[in-house]
Design a protein around this ligand. Sequence first.
Ligand SMILES: *[C@@H]1O[C@H](CO)[C@@H](O)[C@H](O)[C@H]1NC(C)=O
Ligand SMILES: *[C@@H]1O[C@H](CO)[C@@H](O)[C@H](O)[C@H]1NC(C)=O
Length: 368
Amino acid sequence: MGATRRQQRNWPRNWAAIALGCLLVRLAAVHRLDGSEPAANAAAAAGPLRLSPSAPQHTDHSGVLELVWLAPNNEFWEGDFLRDVLRRTGRTVVTRTVEPEAAACASSGGSFTVVVPRWISLMDRLPPEFQNGSCTYGIIHPSDEGLYEWPAPQYNRPGVHFVLRQYALPPGSLSDTMRPFGLGYKLGFWDRHLGPEAAAAHISARPLAWSFAGTVHHEERRQALELFAGLTPNSVTHSSAFNAPDGLATAAYRDTLLSSRFVLCPLGHVNLDTFRLYEALEAGAIPVSMSTNPMLIGLNYSGPYWPLVFGSDAPWVVADTWEAAYAEVSALLAGPVHQLEQRRQRVLAFWQQHKEDVARFVSKAIES
Ligand SMILES: *[C@@H]1O[C@H](CO)[C@@H](O)[C@H](O)[C@H]1NC(C)=O
Ligand SMILES: *[C@@H]1O[C@H](CO)[C@@H](O)[C@H](O)[C@H]1NC(C)=O
């Protein structure tokens, strides 16, 4: 979908965007929007400022989906990804950023409101119409990496037609009108991209056997990098913390993923589910991840994690140990290039299908 979005741009707008982008980046250096953040998603703090695609596209409200971000002092990290998914409903997606108290219900005459609480407790500050069943709306609950915000009574309020939540829970935790979905990619991921699309960046045009960019903040990551060091060429870029300014800039990070055959996706701070994995998918690389999520073992679930998010087994490299992952990746790299390219295309198609599945779920819930 990044593809379609980029194709729609024209040159003059693009250059204007670059010029304005440079200006905004400078301004951002002076006026950093910041907020005190729980460890789970320090995402919001830094990151490149970008042109917001959130301006209403037209004033006719038929078939409009209003995406309402309830945390004005935090960057809408998931914004590009959510627009990518929700546009697939065929509706026009309009983004608004408001304090919860100022949110208005827009659900009427073909328009539908979807609130995105940066923390689930922001829902409690919404006006009464969101609490008493007079407004019908959807909830997209991002960022609950530590599963601290679950169970969430807000999911069951009258008027809530659907809940999409990131970070899957053990089987049986959610009702039929609720489902988990992938974390997606960071805001601005495709900005100023002029190279080949993810699908067109063929295996043979990807010089790196594998890459990893991020913080080596625990033993599992150190071990994975050490095991894979012998597979070359590779690229390892260290940063001091999540989204820290000493890490790769977004465009350089994206281009590294577009140049990689495989991307190592070890455990995040606490959760197996990480943005890195979805960013690899979005760039058409093949993620390498473990199968089980330590977060869920605490909730008595030790089965495979990825089917909880996607509804079926993941087609990338999923192993029980980093040694097994290394053996599988080595064998794939040593095999025929066309086979690896087929695998890569299968992985990319699986990811795009997930976005379609989520959009279909939303459409159905809105119409019910
Ligand atoms: C819900 O709250 C709104 C706003 O205060 C009010 O106008 C409406 O009558 C209430 N509806 C019900 C069913 O209580
Ligand atoms: C996990 O299972 C044990 C034994 O059946 C039970 O006592 C405990 O409450 C369960 N924990 C959770 C979080 O469900």
